[in-house]
Write a protein that binds this ligand. Sequence first.
Ligand code: TRP
Length: 454
Amino acid sequence: MARENFGSRTTAIMAMAGSAIGLGNIWRFPYMVGQNGGAAFILVYIVSAILLCIPIFLSESIIGKRTQLSTFGAMEKLAPGSGWKWMGFLTVFTPLIILSYYSVVGGWSIEYFIKSLGFAFSDPAVSRTEHSAIFGGFITSTWKPLLWHTVFMLLNALLVVFGVQKGIEKFTKVTTPVLFVLMVVIMIYSLSLPGARAGVDYLLKPDFSKLTGSAMLSAMGQAFFSLSLGVGCILTYASYLKKDENVLSTGLFTAGFDLFFALIAGFAIMPAVFAAGIEPGAGPGLIFETLPYIFSSMGQSAPVVSGIVAIVFFITILFAALTSSISMLETGVAYLVDERKMGRVKATVILFAGCWLLGVLCSLSFGPLRDVQLPGGTIFDFCDKLTSNFLMTFGSLLFVLFVGWKMKKADVRDEFTNGGSLKANSRLFGFFYFLVRWVAPIAIIVIFASNLFL
Ligand code: TRP
């Protein structure tokens, strides 16, 4: 049976960007910046994005496009009989752990979308602190977050069952540009708020004393998270690319969009955080406390406009979250379908059940299970740190080592340059190969070790 392909270059880029751009940019990036001291964190994030993420992204793309298989089969095909194929397991489990807590936050955005439909954020009678209290009450409660987590997971499963063409492509093309425009609108508004200046300084003036080993690891982890790296997501998507696709331009576009998006989200959220007197280190709830403030202060002069902006904003966040989360589920499903010859529906149902269950624990870890402490914090924090600081970093390291040291150089060059037909890529190959072979692995190991030992 012929394997499905993404229809065109633009849809391929859009699908990869859809996987990359999600809650990682809008929700996770601002709070990580807030927890890790601002500008210095952003600096490490940007350097990681350019020097590490792009080579990793390209490594995954090269493996995926060359083999047209998901991780397990791809590794086996390129290095038959070696242990590399076991990496396939890492790439089945890691995205599923991520999905379980991601879906909880996806559920929160459903709640906020529904609230926005009732113009809940344009009511001047509700103060900033009341909005924070309402959010706190919501996430610490038992049933409502569970309900939305379940709905989010179900939406996810439905989209994955419909398959690559119908489900994923169509969806992403519309919502990402809308979200982008709205983000810019909110950023401009946020920058105009009284007191926004302190937030801008926080984002632009680095305080290097805050840059501990763990902050650097988190910055690198955030960069990997944001580009969906190290878990075979990009590899799997790249396996749906047409043979004559240019991996370099796909990678540069996706990484560029993603970075830009995160920075815009940072500049949309942080100035408002400072203007509202919210604690920048507030953690996972940061944007859910900040956005109501933004919308309600917008609402004082133009309630209808702010009401509509809020509705469109939350629905597009929800779509952005879904286009990312389907890539996580798809990675696992692709494994079961390709390697275990399971039907798509059955594979989706099985993985849905596992993720849903772990997600239930993550969701309850804000309320009834908040006292369960694991390394890194609550169950939610544990899943988050385990994946982004360790499993994804480790996976990324293995991918670059594989392309840099295990694959034949001629094969890597062939895939990078499409058999030499892409002239610009041919010229850049030496630099790319140097990054993959030396810079990326050494940097990952050093940052990783500095976190363990410093
Ligand atoms: N990158 C996505 C975001 O920023 C999340 C994501 C999708 C992801 N697929 C992934 C994260 C795989 C880690 C691994 O929201």
